[in-house]
Design a protein around this ligand. Structure first.
Ligand SMILES: [Zn+2]
Length: 128
């Protein structure tokens, strides 16, 4: 299912949407200080990662959808696990979850957004 050439491969592995070889982000690991660094072009196929100025403003819509999914999941999990949920508990848990997952939400929404516009093209320069 997660084979090269699919959008899901590019999104989940943070790979270039065009060649699926180069990394989207400069730092591969989980870091709260370096998560946002992006290459300006793909290191492998030179595809621009910012096709136009302000390209990633649209990723806010994707971020909103992911945040909504996290909010609903948290609410369902709390209502199953706890007898009673107070507004303060829910807001505290939500703020914590969003802070913890912020790098993930940021990267995932950018990866999904760029995959809306740039499609996979197998290039002869890309290995394997
Ligand atoms: Zn590429």
């Amino acid at each position: 299912m997660l084979s090269k050439g699919s959008k899901l491969y590019s999104i989940l592995k943070y790979k270039c949407p065009r060649c699926q070889e180069g990394q989207l982000f400069t730092y591969k690991g989980w870091s709260y200080t370096r998560f946002s660094g992006m290459h300006s072009n793909c290191p492998c196929c030179r595809q621009s990662y910012e096709p136009e100025p302000g390209f990633y403003y649209g990723a806010m819509y994707v971020s909103y959808a992911i945040t909504t999914a996290i909010t609903i999941s948290l609410l369902v999990a709390m209502s199953v696990l706890l007898e009673e949920i107070t507004l303060a508990w829910f807001l505290g848990a939500l703020a914590t979850a969003l802070l913890v997952f912020f790098p993930f939400i940021f990267r995932m929404s950018r990866a999904i957004w760029i995959n809306f516009f740039i499609h996979y093209k197998k290039t002869p320069t890309a290995s394997a």
